[in-house]
Design a protein around this ligand. Structure first.
Ligand SMILES: C[S@@+](CC[C@H](N)C(=O)[O-])C[C@H]1O[C@@H](n2cnc3c(N)ncnc32)[C@H](O)[C@@H]1O
Length: 380
């Protein structure tokens, strides 16, 4: 079993806080695998507070996990509850949501921050490196980095000429001040040295002003809130545009691919990883399967998706079609995960999706490298 005690962010402070909170309820926000693992560990540590789960996914609310009720967020209250955010994928949104409800970080809400968080940018860099070996001298745009700017710092260390990022949901983003999340950058920095990326502090990427820390905005440029569907950059600005687990969350991916094409220099490249699957499958509830979301019409799905960390219902063949229609030249396409479609599944799909090839619909994760072709010279 995964042990939170080794990786849990400030578990000592958290346990101390629990000791002072005798009459409170403990809410594990995120009724998924991490929530279950933390529940097991807290039980082993003899936590005596009543424990509940909570989740934004309305289809989980009212069910039980580990025989504990799953509440909807409206049922929790900063006067009587202590919350731990256990969801990793939607942690930023939940933290923002709790602050809106009057909770304060480190006082009555905590976040699971495990070592995966700062290892993660290295995995993403390894992924991009599979397609492009050298980032030196490139003007790079990274779309949808999420709450931390680890990938941006590593791209800069790898010799990028300029590093821009755009993020649509500013949720829990700390930028340029990172004092609050300095622990993340310290760990990332240590690992960057171990892995021969270089020193983010020595390279001046992070500046100290008395007791506060800032990312140097002359080196890392972040625009938010800013959508890939409306990029505020001139045509032909970038050599390389990257996105990882973003395009399944974009409301109008067709326009997003168009914007990438427009802002790439001719000959420029884009690398993407897309997960066209029902993300509810990442929970432990048995009724979901990766293509469950294709059972709904577009309108029905958009209604459901409002309540979860929004993702669209665009399938692999549709993404491919959009990429090609914009004029990209697909250089490499890797199918990273797929599932067989049974007759029973096929019958349940909404007719919108039954016009596609079953094999293509079964693609659950893919990655691609595409270029904006060099323009041919006029023939005169
Ligand atoms: C699942 S997270 C992935 C974050 C990060 N790239 C990673 O690999 O962990 C999806 C990210 O896409 C961002 N996003 C969603 N729609 C977007 C849009 N239209 N433009 C830019 N970013 C967007 C979200 O805010 C979120 O940070």
């Amino acid at each position: 079993m995964y042990s939170f005690s080794e990786n849990f962010f400030d578990i000592k402070q958290f346990l101390l806080r629990l000791k002072q909170a005798e009459s409170k309820r403990l809410i594990l926000f995120g009724a998924g695998g991490w929530g279950e693992a933390l529940y097991d560990e807290l039980l082993q540590r003899g936590i005596s507070l009543p424990i509940y789960f909570a989740d934004n996914d309305s289809s989980k609310q009212g069910l039980r996990l580990k025989d504990k009720p799953i509440l909807c967020p409206q049922e929790i209250d900063h006067h009587k509850d202590i919350v731990v955010i256990t969801t990793i994928s939607a942690g930023d949104q939940v933290s923002n949501q709790l602050e809106d409800m009057g909770f304060a970080r480190g006082v009555n809400y905590f976040e699971v921050m495990h070592s995966l968080n700062y290892q993660y940018p290295f995995n993403v860099m390894d992924f991009y490196n599979n397609f492009v070996e050298d980032f030196k001298g490139l003007d790079i745009l990274h779309i949808g980095p999420g709450g931390q700017l680890g990938v941006e710092l590593l791209l800069y260390l790898m010799g990028a000429k300029s590093v821009f990022a755009v993020e649509y949901h500013s949720f829990n983003l700390s930028f340029p001040e990172i004092t609050r999340t300095k622990n993340y950058y310290d760990n990332l920095g240590e690992m960057a040295i171990d892995r021969d990326y270089g020193d983010i502090f020595e390279k001046g990427l992070i500046k100290r002003e008395q007791e506060r820390f800032f990312i140097d905005q002359t080196k890392i440029h972040l625009l938010y809130p800013c959508s890939v569907t409306a990029l505020p950059f001139a045509d032909r600005s970038f050599d390389l545009i990257l996105h990882h687990a973003v395009f399944e969350h974009v409301m109008n991916p067709e326009r997003g691919y168009g914007e990438i094409f427009r802002t790439l220099k001719p000959g420029g490249m884009t690398i993407g990883l897309v997960d066209p699957q029902d993300h509810r499958v990442f929970s432990t509830f048995k009724e979901y399967y990766p293509l469950k979301f294709l059972e709904y019409s577009r309108e029905e799905w958009n209604e459901i998706a409002k309540n979860i960390n929004y993702h669209n219902q665009i399938t692999f063949p549709e993404h491919k079609e959009m990429i090609l229609t914009h004029g990209f030249d697909i250089k490499q396409l890797d199918i990273l995960m797929e599932t067989d479609i049974t007759d029973e599944m096929w019958q349940k799909f909404n007719p919108t999706f039954r016009r596609f090839d079953a094999k293509e619909i079964g693609v659950l994760r893919f990655a691609f490298l595409a270029s904006r072709p060099n323009e041919s010279l006029p023939l005169y």
